[in-house]
Design a binder for this molecule. Structure first.
Ligand code: KIV
Ligand code: ZN
Length: 514
C-alpha cells in the first residue's frame, strides 16, 4: 500500500499574486469547483486579511466546495488568523495556513525580530488557529535560505502547539534538488516529534527548478506538495501541479506514494485558469501545451503509429486531451445543455439565468454548428461577468474595412441605461473598435496586453480575446469570445473597463510586516 501524496493547490492564492492575474470572487469559485472535480485535496482560496474582496472570495469558495479542504492564508498575527477563521466558517473541511519568515535576512531586515520572538509569534499563531480548526499548517517563510538548526527548533515548537502540516517553502526559488531533498530528510530525522505532522513543500521557480525541487522533497519524505495550475504564481511562478502529478503517476517505479487526482480533468483546469487570468500556456509546456503530445518528425510519427509507447510515456487522454470533445449542437435541447453545464461545474442560480444562457447558446449554435466544452466555458465566463460587474454592455458594432482605406468602426454601448454611439478610425478593425469605445468611456487606461486565442479548431471557431488594462497601479483583465474576433475584442475591452470602474476590493497583501 503506497502513501498518499496530498496535492495542495494554491492557484487562487499564490497564483493570484502574479501581476495581472487577479480573479473575481465568482472566477475563484469556478476554478475552485474545477479543482474539486479533479479531486485536489486542499484548495488555498486566498488571504482573507488582505482585503474585503479577498475575504469574500475565500468565504464564497469555502461555501461552494464540498469535497476538498478549503484553506486560508494568514500571517502570524491574531487579526489575520481571526479573519481566516471567520472566512472559512462555512467550509465542510477547513485549514488555516499561517506563516512567518525564518531566514536570517528576513528576520533581521524585514521583521526586525530576534529568532526567539519569531518562535513566540509562530507558536501563538498556531495555537490561535487551532481555536478555529484542528487542521493547521505552518510555514517558515524563506526556509530555503534558513538555518537548519533554527528550522528544527521552530518546527518542533509549532508541532507541540498543534500544527498538523509543516510546509517548507523555497520562497525565492534558491534551492537545488539534491540539497533541498536532503534538507527535508534532515528535518524529518532531526525533529523529535516530526511523526506528528505531515511535511509539505512549496517551491518557487526562479531557477526553473520548482518541480524538480518538489519531487526531490517527495523522494525524501514530503507527503504534501503545494503547486499551481500552469505553474502560475509570484515572479517565475510555483511548481506546476500538472507536472508534479504526472511525474509521480508516470514514475511509480520511483515514487513510493500516489495522488488521488482525476488527471483527466487537468486540461480543463489548465484552459480555465488560462482563460480567466489571460496568461496563455506556451505550446511546448509539458502536459498542457498544445504541442505536448504532437509528434512532428517522421521517425517519431512512424514509431508512434506502430506502437504509441515508442515515443509516448503518457497517454494524452489521461490528462484530458480527448479526441472527441464535441458535446452539443444547434438541435440540442435545454436539458442536454443544462446537464453538460452542470458536468462542467456550472450551477444555474435561477431559471432566468438558465434561460438567458441557453438563449446565448442557441445564438452561438446558429453561427457555429459544433459546440465544444471550451465554447461552453466561454459562455459561462461571459454570462457570469454580466451578473457580477458588467455595467457597460455592447449593443452594436459596425466596422468598415477595405484594402487601401483606413478601417472605421461605429460602436453603440449601454452604460447604466444610457445608450451612446461613437465612431473612430484605426490601423485595423480591432484598433478602430477599441478607439471608438474609448471615445465614449474615456477611461484613459493603458492597454498592457491584447491577445487572441482560438478556442477550438476551424475557421468558424470562437476567438477568445484577453485585454489587460492598467490605471493608477490597478491592473485588470477582460475576456470576450465570439466567432467574430472584432466583436470578441470589443467585448473583452468592455469587460476590462467594467472591472476597472468597479470598486477595487482586492489589494494585494503586503506580507512584509510580519
Ligand atoms: O513562497 C512562500 O513562502 C509563500 C508562503 C506564504 C508559504 O507563499
Ligand atoms: Zn509562495
Amino acid at each position: 500500500m503506497k502513501d498518499k501524496l496530498i496535492i495542495f493547490d494554491t492557484t487562487l492564492r499564490d497564483g493570484e499574486q502574479s501581476p495581472g492575474a487577479s480573479m473575481t470572487r465568482d472566477e475563484k469559485v469556478r476554478i475552485g469547483k474545477a479543482l474539486e472535480r479533479m479531486k485536489v485535496d486542499v484548495i488555498e482560496a486566498g488571504f482573507p486579511a488582505a482585503s474585503q474582496g479577498d475575504f469574500e472570495a475565500v468565504q464564497a469558495v469555502a461555501n461552494a466546495i464540498k469535497e476538498s479542504t478549503v484553506c486560508g492564508l494568514a500571517r502570524a498575527l491574531d487579526k489575520d488568523i481571526d479573519r481566516a477563521g471567520e472566512a472559512l466558517k462555512g467550509a465542510n473541511s477547513s485549514r488555516i495556513h499561517t506563516f512567518i519568515a525564518t531566514s536570517p535576512i528576513h528576520m533581521k531586515m524585514k521583521l526586525r525580530m530576534e529568532p526567539e520572538q519569531v518562535i513566540e509569534y509562530a507558536v501563538r499563531a498556531v495555537k490561535r488557529a487551532r481555536q478555529y480548526t484542528d487542521n493547521v499548517e505552518f510555514s517558515p517563510e524563506d526556509a530555503g535560505r534558513s538555518e537548519e538548526d533554527f528550522l528544527c527548533q521552530i518546527l518542533e515548537a509549532v508541532i507541540d502547539a498543534g500544527a498538523t502540516t509543516l510546509n517548507i517553502p523555497d520562497t525565492v526559488g534558491y534551492s537545488v534538488p539534491g540539497q533541498f531533498g536532503e534538507t527535508i530528510a534532515n528535518l524529518i530525522n532531526r525533529i523529535p516529534n516530526s511523526d506528528k505532522a505531515i511535511f509539505s513543500v512549496h517551491c518557487h521557480n526562479d531557477l526553473g527548478l520548482a518541480v524538480a525541487n518538489s519531487l526531490s522533497a517527495v523522494l525524501n519524505g514530503a507527503r504534501q506538495v503545494e503547486c499551481t495550475i500552469n505553474g502560475l504564481g509570484e515572479r517565475a511562478g510555483n511548481a506546476s501541479l500538472e507536472e508534479v502529478v504526472m511525474a509521480v503517476r508516470t514514475r511509480q517505479d520511483v515514487f513510493s506514494c500516489q495522488t488521488g487526482l482525476d488527471t483527466r480533468e487537468i486540461l480543463t483546469c489548465s484552459k480555465l485558469v488560462s482563460s480567466i487570468t489571460g496568461f496563455p500556456v506556451q505550446p511546448n509546456k509539458a502536459i498542457v501545451g498544445a504541442n505536448a503530445f504532437a509528434h512532428e518528425s517522421g521517425i517519431h510519427q512512424d514509431g508512434v503509429l506502430k506502437n504509441p509507447e515508442t515515443y509516448e510515456i503518457m497517454k494524452a487522454e489521461d490528462v484530458g486531451w480527448s479526441a472527441n470533445r464535441m458535446v452539443l449542437g444547434k438541435h440540442s435541447g435545454r436539458n442536454a445543455f443544462k446537464s453538460r453545464m452542470t458536468e462542467l461545474g456550472h450551477e444555474f442560480s435561477s431559471e432566468e439565468e438558465l434561460n438567458e444562457t441557453f438563449y446565448c447558446f442557441k445564438q452561438l449554435a446558429d453561427k457555429k454548428h459544433e459546440i465544444f466544452d471550451e465554447d461552453l466555458q466561454a459562455l459561462i465566463s461571459e454570462t457570469s461577468s454580466f451578473s457580477e460587474e458588467e455595467h457597460i454592455k455592447l449593443i452594436a458594432l459596425k466596422v468598415c474595412s477595405e484594402t487601401g482605406e483606413m478601417p472605421r468602426s461605429t460602436v453603440t454601448i449601454r452604460i447604466s441605461d444610457q445608450e451612446l454611439t461613437g465612431s473612430a478610425e484605426g490601423s485595423g478593425a480591432v484598433d478602430a473598435s477599441l478607439k471608438a469605445i474609448e471615445s465614449l468611456v474615456e477611461s484613459k487606461a493603458t492597454l498592457e496586453l491584447y491577445s487572441v486565442n482560438s478556442l477550438t479548431n476551424g475557421t468558424d471557431a470562437q476567438g477568445e480575446v484577453t485585454v489587460r488594462l492598467e490605471k493608477v497601479g490597478r491592473i485588470v483583465n477582460g475576456q470576450g469570445a465570439d466567432t467574430d474576433i472584432v466583436i470578441a475584442s470589443a467585448k473583452a475591452y468592455i469587460n476590462a473597463l467594467s472591472k476597472l470602474q468597479s470598486p477595487d476590493q482586492r489589494k494585494h497583501p503586503q506580507q512584509g510586516d510580519v
